[in-house]
Design a protein around this ligand. Structure first.
Ligand code: UDX
Length: 446
């Protein structure tokens, strides 16, 4: 199929490349010239395992192009919208300006031919009600443009695999049966290989499909904050939240995933999605239904404060002039994404309390230098921890988990390790002479 993807950020670029990978002819359209020229040369503008290979392969095979010229939308049968919906500055709601601009561009340049309509498929995470509003814009254009909502569930660090082998596909279709069937046939054609592999398909109306995405992310955020609330209880009772999570996770109704207590969730999705969802519920007059998400957010942010407290407490209450080594700054491993990163937030707070904060991260060094955060960015772990009074593991990159505590100890001033992700073996570190402090994890014998 001749497909376009408008918006070539994390979601859009990966989706474009994966659609080309399954055999379609794809054009990625974005207004950012620097990003487009990188992508057009087959170079990934962000860190994502497996993405550079797919990108290069498809660009070389000439099934995948990138452009800033929206005129190239003219011969496309299916146009995805993959632009961002970030949090509005100073408000909880989502900024819809990029989605609205994408729709205007599509209306101007899409060119349905003869009997064949063009399907516009939204992938961006939007407030419920958006699809209905945009469908009216498409109808008013007078062109034969249909709309479907087709939310995306990819995780950073697993984006290619999640797109090629999703655990489900969701279509939000127009209420009108005949129009809906036409839209569905176009999407079925696009996803034929993925559907043939047995991927479950859920077909719903517009509002359901929009809600599915925010409901899923709210559930995940709630699960993380639930276990982090248990961590708070463990802290005052001497319990170990990692054991607790293990024990409740064996119950299949609960499940073991997303029960990793620590410094909490961050990134470009979970935090802003729960806030935008609350804002939308307020507009719809049902804010009470999502009041619990305020607690989910509050628990999450409290964990960052607790990590700062642990650092402060470990140096006797005053961080001024003390050296803290922070291992990992991205919001999770296997990405260079610093958006709403709990690790970066904690590092900044330590710095504002007068600590000398040295950070090391496998993927974010250049971006941290560019941002001039005031943090001392180092290239290696040894360099970062040299003479440190406290070492904090804040993003559990594999290379940090494999560190040898005995070797590391010879570099530091005080062997204190704060495990912000409960990702280390406390006994291993204690046996090597370290003071180990986890999150909600008393260091019990059992
Ligand atoms: C999330 C959703 O998982 C994905 O389906 C959606 O499409 C986009 O938002 P992502 O933002 O890539 O994906 O990150 P995710 O893997 O969900 O992790 C989010 C945050 O939660 C990270 O900061 C991670 O470190 C944290 N986390 C995750 C925990 O603190 N504990 C856990 O048990 C799991």
């Amino acid at each position: 199929m001749r497909i376009a993807v408008v918006g070539c950020g994390y979601l859009g670029a990966v989706h474009a490349a994966c659609m080309a990978e399954i055999g379609h002819d794809v054009v990625g359209v974005d207004v950012d010239e620097a990003k487009v020229s990188l992508l057009a040369r087959g170079e990934a503008p962000f860190h994502e395992p497996g993405f550079p290979e797919v990108l290069r392969r498809c660009v070389e095979a000439e099934r995948l192009r990138f452009t800033t010229d929206p005129a190239l939308l003219a011969d496309r049968e299916l146009i995805f919208i993959g632009v961002g919906t970030p949090q509005l500055a100073g408000r909880l709601g989502a900024d819809m300006r990029y989605v609205d601009a994408a729709v205007r561009t599509i209306v101007e340049h899409a060119a349905p031919a003869g009997e064949r309509p063009v399907l516009v498929a939204g992938k961006s995470t939007v407030p419920v009600g958006t699809a209905e509003r945009l469908a009216a814009v498409l109808t008013a254009s007078g062109k034969d443009l249909l709309l479907a909502w087709n939310p995306e569930f990819l995780r950073e660090g697993h984006a290619v695999n999640d797109t090629l082998h999703p655990d489900r596909i969701v279509y939000g279709l127009p209420e009108d049966r005949a129009t809906g069937e036409v839209a569905k046939a176009i999407l079925d054609n696009c996803y034929a290989t993925i559907l043939d592999a047995g991927t479950p398909l859920v077909v719903a109306n517009y509002p359901t499909s929009e809600l599915v995405k925010v409901a899923a992310n709210s559930f995940l955020a709630t699960k993380i904050s639930f276990i982090n609330a248990m961590a708070e209880l463990c802290e005052v009772t001497g319990g170990d939240v990692t054991r607790l999570a293990e024990a409740i996770g064996f119950d299949e109704r609960i499940g073991a995933q997303f029960l990793q207590a620590g410094i909490g969730f961050g990134g470009g999705c979970l935090p802003k999605d729960i806030r935008a969802f609350m804002a939308r519920a307020g507009e719809l007059g049902v804010d009470g239904a999502l009041t619990f998400l305020r607690e989910v957010d509050a628990i999450n942010l409290r964990r960052r404060s607790h990590a700062v407290f642990l650092a402060e407490d470990s140096v006797g209450g005053n961080l001024a002039g003390r050296t803290v080594a922070v291992l990992g700054v991205t919001f999770k491993p296997d990405t260079d994404d610093l958006r709403d990163s709990p690790a970066l937030d904690i590092a900044r707070r330590l710095s504002s309390r007068g600590a000398v904060v040295r950070v090391v991260d496998p993927a974010a060094t250049a971006e941290l230098r560019r941002r001039q955060t005031g943090l001392d960015v180092r290239e290696s772990v040894e360099d970062a921890v040299a003479g440190a009074d406290v070492v904090m593991l804040l993003t559990p990159w594999r290379q940090f988990l494999d560190l040898d505590p005995a070797t590391l100890k010879s570099h530091v001033n005080h062997p204190v390790i704060i495990d912000g992700r409960n990702a280390l073996d406390p006994h291993l570190w204690q046996d090597a002479g370290w003071t180990y402090r986890g999150m909600g994890r008393g260091v019990a014998t059992w």
